[in-house]
Write a protein that binds this ligand. Structure first.
Ligand code: LLP
Length: 413
């Protein structure tokens, strides 16, 4: 049970929460651009001295306005669907700074990789290799990387562990040399790098280093057989303390120094592709309290969002720290369960909240920037919330809230 912080009239990015709620309604997803820029800067500053390139994993959160903002940073962009690609394009993010992930790319996506001249495709499996080869020609070769499953397991939630022998991603270490040989026989594909992402919300440096060591060994083999392998992407996965239950995150400076230490002298360029570490702290979810009630021995604070706009608590047991941002005077606290309004038990955690909390008060869940809006759904046919950017007391809507008509827009009546 964690005590929440309390402010009678707190602000997000210098804008009073009350003003945001009054202007855009709730639930509301708020991105503080100053925090975002600080995080980008922190990652780039840690990577640049070691010659490590940074890509942002769009899956953590992307909209056209963020893509536009990212275009002005030195970051590349990892996209994994046509939707992410088109969003980035609409924001003016250049295709030559994007690369494409995915273990089940559609024909349309592979064609988009070729036609849009995305920097490179990260090939996950033999079928994809063959399908890409079939739509490309030696006269206009396409750069590719291979996603490698090094078998290294990260200690994180099973749902977000993407490496390890028994996971679906990439080419197993033992299968990689055969893939190198297949590419060698396909002049329309140029193998420029290897990729290994082992999971998300990782709190230690050791698995990243172990993963890199395996990739370095493979890169040597690929280069010895003539492939122009020049880069290794060590994946994303840098952990963030998003809530009271999370372990202390990896020290990014320790991580980047350790990675460079292993690659020094190999002539290979390293890259990372964090999503969470860049966007998590910049985001907050703002809710209005709809009801406070005591049932049995428990007190429930029911808000106007829940598992539809933030499935992470139910899916991963994630706990994001609530902050009461607009209420009457702070009274004594008492335990309460924060619950959503979906038609099932979408509890968001047990906390200690002000006893006098009442309908109409505002609560912000902090550090929800990563994978919250991006995994929101229309469960219960709720509309997804609006997204606003805040900075220096200014606010700007970048995605409007879905109305019931929006929710209906795909129905064929
Ligand atoms: N690269 C690849 C190939 C990935 O699959 C991922 C995340 C990333 C980079 C970025 O990882 P990050 O730096 O954000 O940890 N929905 C889950 C997270 C799933 C992450 C999957 N892959 C959550 O809400 O925690």
């Amino acid at each position: 049970m964690t005590t929440t912080s309390f402010a009678v009239d707190a602000a997000l990015g210098g804008v009073p929460a009350r003003e945001l709620a009054a202007t855009y309604g709730t639930p509301l997803f708020v991105i503080d651009l100053d925090v975002f820029d600080l995080e980008v800067d922190r990652v780039v500053r840690s990577c640049a001295p070691h010659g490590i390139t940074v890509g942002y994993a769009a899956k953590a959160f992307l909209c056209a306005a963020l893509a536009e903002h990212l275009a002005a940073t030195p970051l590349r962009l990892d996209v994994c669907s046509l939707g992410e690609l088109v969003t980035a394009e609409r924001g003016g993010f250049p295709a030559e700074r994007m690369y494409f992930h995915g273990c089940g790319k559609t024909a349309e996506e592979l064609q988009a990789i070729v036609d849009r001249r995305v920097a490179f495709d990260v090939i996950d499996n033999d079928e994809e290799l063959a399908r890409l080869a079939a739509i490309t020609s030696p006269a206009d070769p396409v750069d590719v990387m291979l996603r490698i499953n090094t078998g290294i397991e990260a200690h994180t939630h099973a749902f977000i562990r993407t490496g390890g022998e028994n996971t679906k991603f990439g080419f197993a270490l033992a299968a990689a040399p055969a893939a190198f040989a297949r590419i060698a026989a396909l002049p329309q594909l140029r193998l420029i790098g290897l990729h290994g992402h082992i999971g998300s919300q990782i709190a230690e440096t050791a698995p990243f280093v172990a993963n890199l060591d395996e990739l370095l060994g493979l890169a040597r083999i690929a280069r010895a057989s003539g492939h122009p392998v020049a880069e290794i992407i060590c994946g994303g996965g840098i952990g963030v303390e998003e809530g009271p239950d999370d372990p202390r995150p990896v020290d990014i400076d320790e991580l980047t120094a350790a990675l460079e230490g292993r690659a020094r002298g190999t002539g290979l360029r390293l890259a990372v592709e964090p999503g969470r570490a860049v966007i998590a702290r910049a985001g907050s979810s703002l809710y209005r309290v709809m009801a406070v009630k005591t049932q049995g021995r428990r007190r429930f604070v029911i808000v106007d969002g829940g598992m539809a706009d933030n499935p992470r608590p139910l899916l991963y047991g994630a706990r994001h720290l609530p902050e009461v941002v607009a209420a009457r005077a702070a009274g004594p606290d008492e335990p309460a369960t924060l619950a959503g309004r979906s038609c099932e038990n979408d509890e968001m955690g047990d906390y200690v909240l002000p006893r006098d909390l009442a309908a109409g008060d505002l609560i912000a869940l902090r550090i929800t920037g990563a994978y919250t809006y991006s995994m929101a759904s229309n469960y219960n046919r709720f509309g997804r919330p609006a997204v606003v950017f805040v900075r220096d007391g200014h606010h700007r809507r970048v995605i409007r809230a879905e109305t019931a008509d929006d929710v209906m827009r795909l129905d064929v009546v």
